[in-house]
Design a protein around this ligand. Structure first.
Ligand code: NAI
Length: 466
């Protein structure tokens, strides 16, 4: 009888995979993690969440220096931005975090195997590292191979003129003009980065609104704000064909039913992502997919093959790093016979624009679709002393509570630090809290968190500073 080299081999070292590896190792499993790229951390660390946040921070500083500093009495003779330095800083951030993950793998005695894995059978994969092949055996495999950008059939990525987010985080200089197809998180965040660096940015969106998935009121205010910052939006716009040359791209289609044409130096296609499991050999072992082409799993992350599991972007649910991490932890705990659990109703969503948009739970439209009787409390940051002092008073907090029970059903924020503020809302809702619970909770003064409490008070029409 042959024994497997590992109790658990994880394919894919993104936030889903490496977090699952750590938790499984903590619980006593002998774990290997197989990754085709040089760094662990996946899309999130190498091309997504982290590098984009580094660029957003740098360009926000630049924008603030241009637009806001003079009101604080800070002036300078000449303001310059050096894009190679800005990119080098971003790469430094990514490199440091990647080293941190390597350290965590060593600390938890997780074996790192480099190369591209392909299933041979339900208990073994072949790992190809630039032509050097090895077979890795394990009692169980976890697929955490993530996702890749969706390509439009008439607009193939060439990495130069037609780009995905992978290249749009690394342009060596600001393009003169950039078309962005898709007003989701990627389009809005990277559109903001390049607009702040001087690029003319036009966002073309199929839907009549931006930021799908976020509360419509947040999206509408965000669009107004980004428009003021100079981003041009073309909603109800369908791109149907394209002409691409080395230095320019022309897109044709329709805007509100009328023919339209757009030309720019580059186009960023940000129309969503799709699960990545090409070349993994799923068909060879017979792993079943859903109708939406994701890997089919049950509530314990089990595929139809007893030794193969899957988490993160390859299974159903929002393609978000924090969702994948929670999947990873719950998977490992369930494997160890513990009560692992993910509350998919409370996955917060954030768009890191300026101001940021954040939401958790139901939107107002979703409540209406479900026919729920609700009450809403809102508070504007103009009434929050800390936000005004910080020159960050744009935005609002909106709480949706059940009309009868007062239980909070949805929480939506547009503000400078909405990504941080939303955590309090998630916690409140995780405990099944009511707007009254929040309204009676003491918040330090002066902080922007007071706006959350004020919105809770506003649910019963008793906000103090509105
Ligand atoms: P998305 O799905 O969020 O948005 C894509 C947008 O493109 C939608 O508004 C859609 O209506 C539009 N669209 C689709 N086809 C189109 C067409 N042919 N013409 C015009 N518009 C079209 O996708 P996105 O922004 O590419 O992000 C991919 C994934 O990565 C999402 O799951 C997103 O949540 C995640 N992500 C999350 C971030 C965050 O949490 N801040 C940051 C970046 C990505």
């Amino acid at each position: 009888m042959t024994t497997s080299a590992y109790q658990l081999a994880i394919i894919g070292g993104g936030p889903g995979g490496y977090v699952a590896a750590i938790r499984a190792a903590q619980l006593g499993f002998k774990v290997a993690i197989i990754e085709k790229e040089k760094n662990l951390g996946g899309t999130c660390l190498n091309w997504g969440c982290i590098p984009s946040k580094a660029l957003l921070t740098s360009t926000e500083h630049y924008h603030a220096a241009q637009e806001k500093f003079s009101a604080h009495g800070i002036t300078f003779k000449e303001l310059q931005v050096d894009i190679p330095t800005l990119m080098k800083r971003k790469e430094g951030v990514v490199g440091n975090m990647a080293k941190g993950i390597d350290f965590l793998m060593k600390k938890n005695k997780i074996d790192r195997i480099n190369g591209f894995a392909r299933f041979l059978d339900a208990n073994s994969v072949e790992v190809d590292n630039n032509g050097t092949k090895q077979t890795v055996t394990a009692d169980r495999f976890l697929i955490a191979t993530g996702s890749v950008p969706i390509e439009l059939p008439f607009l193939k990525f060439d990495g130069e003129t037609v780009v995905s987010s992978d290249q749009a985080i690394a342009f060596p200089k600001a393009p003169k003009s950039l078309l962005v197809i898709g007003a989701g998180a990627i389009g809005l965040e990277l559109g903001s980065v390049w607009k702040r660096l001087g690029t003319e940015v036009k966002v073309l969106e199929f839907l009549p609104r931006i930021a799908p998935g976020f509360d419509l009121e947040v999206a509408t205010h965000l669009q107004r704000s980004l428009t003021k910052q100079g981003i041009q939006f073309h909603l109800k716009t369908k791109v149907e064909s394209a002409k691409v040359t080395k230095n320019s791209v022309t897109l044709e289609g329709s805007e509100e039913g009328k023919p339209c044409t757009f030309t720019a130096e580059k186009v960023l296609v940000a129309v969503g992502r799709k699960p990545f499991f090409e070349g993994l050999g799923l068909e060879k072992v017979g792993v079943q997919l859903t109708a939406r082409n994701r890997i089919q799993v049950d509530s314990h992350f089990r595929t139809n093959i007893p030794t193969i599991f899957a988490i993160g972007d390859v299974i159903d649910g929002p393609m978000l790093a924090h969702k994948a991490e929670e999947d990873g932890v719950a998977f490992a705990e369930l494997l160890a016979g513990k009560p692992g659990h993910v509350n998919y109703d409370l996955v917060p969503g954030v768009v890191y624009t300026s101001p940021e948009g954040a939401g958790v739970g139901l939107t107002e439209d979703q409540c209406k679709e479900k026919g729920l009787a609700i009450k809403i409390g809102k508070f504007n940051f103009m009434g929050n002393g800390r936000a005004v002092a910080a020159d960050a008073a744009e935005g609002f907090v909106k709480i949706i509570a059940d009309a009868k029970s007062d239980r909070v059903l949805g929480f939506h924020i547009l503000s400078a630090n909405a990504s941080e503020l939303i955590a309090e809302a998630v916690l409140l809702m995780e405990f099944g809290g009511s707007s009254e619970d929040l309204a009676r909770t003491i918040h330090a003064h002066p902080t922007t968190t007071e706006a959350l409490k004020e919105a809770a008070l506003a649910v019963e029409g008793r906000a103090l500073h509105a």
